[in-house]
Design a protein around this ligand. Structure first.
Ligand SMILES: NC(=O)c1ccc[n+]([C@@H]2O[C@H](COP(=O)([O-])OP(=O)(O)OC[C@H]3O[C@@H](n4cnc5c(N)ncnc54)[C@H](O)[C@@H]3O)[C@@H](O)[C@H]2O)c1
Length: 278
């Protein structure tokens, strides 16, 4: 038992105790991991997910049951969890859902723009539908998340965390729309960090290497092995680990949301096992 827990498991203190935090793409994978880690450290959460698959994405997205399971895991720590099924591409619906959640929790302190999708293909097989879906969800959806949160942060300051990727810092091939969208959020974050610094709102990106989650496009391995084995080294971590753990990324998110990072803004926080060194 950690010092932040009582016998009942309720987080009574913690590194983000009492903070109210929005997370998108919260139904599974890293979004769920962030939610549970932040709840362990005393946060209350607004959990958003599309809970529906998309035709342009080759692997299934999360379900309503997944989102409710995340909420259950948060509530195990006796923290509040509000769930909303929303597509981050729908700015109006997202803003309304966040406003509802904020009214229920009594305020907002931070947001984590985590929802994202990945398509796979060589430059000459990637379709305009794939481009639009990936940019809409990963880049414009991250913007929509910030835009929904900012009005609730301007009075007392706060933290915006955008989940990018190692593909937001290097030219990761065979998913050009994804790599472009993940570079795009770096520009979004830097510009927003400048605009919002005066209001004490910090904006940072996190850049994970590969993590085992539901984001599993089977075609990537085949394409690499059969068509472009020459590109395999670009995907290899420097540290002796094939993948990072979701909790490794959640610890970076926790730091950026907490007051421990009060003087950190405009950071590209790599949690990438050294893959961008290569
Ligand atoms: N898994 C990796 O190797 C890896 C590496 C670097 C970065 N990332 C990034 O981490 C973030 C989390 O991904 P993950 O690996 O947990 O994948 P995941 O597919 O398991 O989780 C993504 C979640 O986002 C939700 N989502 C997708 N589109 C949405 C939309 N339009 N609106 C609302 N919710 C939507 C999905 O339903 C799912 O629950 C993503 O931004 C991803 O690009 C992942």
């Amino acid at each position: 038992m950690s010092s932040s827990e009582t016998v009942s498991g309720r987080a009574q203190s913690g590194r983000v105790f009492g903070k109210r935090i929005l997370i998108t793409g919260a139904a599974r994978g890293m979004g769920r991991s962030h939610a549970v880690r932040l709840a362990e450290e005393g946060a209350d959460l607004i959990l958003v997910d599309i809970c529906e698959s998309l035709p342009e994405i080759e692997y299934p997205l999360a379900s309503v049951e997944d989102l409710e399971e995340t909420a259950r895991l948060v509530r195990k720590h006796d923290r509040r969890a509000i769930t909303r099924v929303v597509d981050v591409r729908d700015a109006a619906a997202l803003s309304a859902a966040v406003a509802d959640g904020v009214a229920e929790l009594g305020g907002l302190d931070a947001a984590v723009a985590n929802a994202g999708v990945l398509t796979v293909g060589t430059w000459d097989t990637t379709t305009s539908e794939q481009w639009r879906t990936v940019v809409d969800v990963n880049l414009i959806g991250s913007w929509n998340t910030c835009a929904a949160a900012i009005p609730h942060l301007v009075d007392s300051g706060g933290s915006l965390v955008i989940i990018s990727s190692s593909a937001g810092l290097k030219g990761t091939p065979l998913h050009i729309p994804y790599t472009a969208s993940k570079h795009g959020v770096v520009g979004l974050s830097r510009a927003l960090a400048n605009e919002l610094a005066a209001q004490n709102i910090r904006v940072n990106t996190v850049h994970p290497t590969g993590v085992e989650t539901g984001m599993r496009p089977e075609s990537l391995q085949g394409l690499l092995a059969e068509a472009r084995p020459d590109l395999i080294p670009i995907f290899l971590n420097a540290l002796p680990m094939a993948m990072a753990e979701a909790s490794d990324i959640s610890n970076a998110v926790l730091f950026l949301v907490s007051d421990e990072s009060r003087s950190v803004t405009g950071l590209e926080f790599k949690v990438d096992a050294g893959v961008t060194l290569r």
